[in-house]
Design a protein around this ligand. Sequence first.
Ligand code: HEM
Ligand code: NAG
Ligand code: NAG
Ligand code: NAG
Length: 499
Amino acid sequence: MVILMDYLQILGFGLIFVISAILLKKKSRAKLNEPPLVSYKFPIIGHTFDYYKDVQGFLAKCRDEYGEIFSLYMWGTVQTYVGKTTYSEVYKNHHTFDFNKAMEDIMPMHHFLNRPEGFLNDIDKYAREFMSDLDKFAERVQKNLNKSYNEFIGDGKVIRSPLKVIQQIISRPIAATIVGEELCNDNEILDSFANMTADLVPLLSFPPILNFIYPGLHQKFLIFKFKYFNNPIRTHRSIILSKIITVINKRINDKNRLRNSWKRPDDILQELTERFMIDENTVDIDSVADFIINFIFASVHTTSFIFTQCLYDYVNNPEYHEELLEEATSIYNKYKDTPYYTIDKIAEMDKLDNFIKETLRTNINATSMFRKTVSDFTFLSGYQVPKGRTIQTMTQHIHFDPKSYGPDPKKFNPYRHINSQSTRPERDYVAFGIGKTVCPGRFFAINEIKVAMHFMQLRYKIRSVSGNRVEPIVFAGFIFPNDEGLIFEKREDSVIQEF
Ligand code: HEM
Ligand SMILES: *[C@@H]1O[C@H](CO)[C@@H](O)[C@H](O)[C@H]1NC(C)=O
Ligand SMILES: *[C@@H]1O[C@H](CO)[C@@H](O)[C@H](O)[C@H]1NC(C)=O
Ligand SMILES: *[C@@H]1O[C@H](CO)[C@@H](O)[C@H](O)[C@H]1NC(C)=O
């Protein structure tokens, strides 16, 4: 409702923009050989409604009629859609097809944080560097997952809104990795980890109706709203800031006092602190906080989505339980005298990896990996797109290609991935992206989901409250985990003696 009121106010401003846009009228430019623009009935609205009525069906129809590259008129602007073969030209020409520019349209993070453009671009470099040695985090992730399971599921429980609880479960091991052991038991900071992205999603997924008035108006509205009205990031940011200040100061003190005998904490907070050191005693804590916020955005929501989907896939496909449990039990018994699994031991969970990969493959959104061109571009086919064009990749077209996945590509079947790891991007598997912007957190995410599933199966029998299959919710071409409850029943015959 609040959003709607703001929208109505902005609508007034929008009209002024429209008029000035008409008056300013764009310079005419050389005509490009553009991909076919799918025909439409209504000006301005274009394909918007046909698209949202049935995204998958509509895109399939467009491909049948126009081939695998075409343009749609959406929310007042032309967007170009690429399919399973053309998309490789997009990810390979990453200088032209810009990832950060595209992100800015839907989530202008640097504006939300009052930072200059490009401030957060190093996040992928940091993620790659900080997560290059996962053994540093392995024990902490497992210990804190165990703690989460004990707290949220214990000896068994019916969980009504699994995604919410999974977000909380996942937040603890992620917090232990990002802000470290001092803070990962702090309930306030855990709440912020679990809630921050979820608090933003309703704002960010509100359809960009304002762009009908003036392209880019939606983004301006978001920035305006976050600057002057309620901004969920602001609340979480001040919690995070107040907590990390204490820890950073203590660490600096300890380091100066203990010198060589100081044990450097292995976590992302420490890495960032060292990057943003002003002098021996002072740190640019605001920058540390802003990058922590971005690490949370990149990690909590995605990991809990996939983990939740994976649990539903587990419930929906009981024919795999026996062999998965067999693998888990034999690995558990083999290493039960070691305190936790190192990364090479987690790598032995092959069947589980295949299973998770199939979850990642089948739960892909209709479109993702969007980009914005920073200059004109000519595809090998001869089609051209202008600078400033938004490009969408039809990721379901890639993941459900019968050439790669056989006559029944939508069927859940982990055997498709024998000898092929879930973290490895391939031309027909892009759950973590591919090319320059491939997800730098994918090894961390997969290791975490694997140990989470491992202990989940060993501890509990899982089924849905209704006893039926639980399908994901498809909305606007996006796939969201269902909200149906899950029953976790303690395995009396578990190899784990005590939880
Ligand atoms: C199952 C969990 C995850 C999934 C499915 C996922 C998926 C993706 C995808 C598809 C991209 C590429 C987007 C594109 O090219 O358009 C991406 C990028 C990224 N991911 Fe993940 N991700 C996951 C977990 C994580 C985690 C745990 C981190 C932790 C730090 C992370 C950090 C990032 C970052 C920083 C980028 C941007 C890369 C760049 O700017 O070049 N992700 N992720
Ligand atoms: C986070 O969400 C939980 C559950 O929805 C709620 O109880 C809690 O108050 C929220 N915390 C914050 C800081 O928003
Ligand atoms: C699919 O899209 C939704 C909405 O933008 C997003 O929240 C979700 O993370 C996406 N799913 C995956 C697996 O990336
Ligand atoms: C996690 O819990 C299981 C079961 O209680 C236990 O066997 C394992 O050692 C625990 N791992 C860690 C790292 O605490």
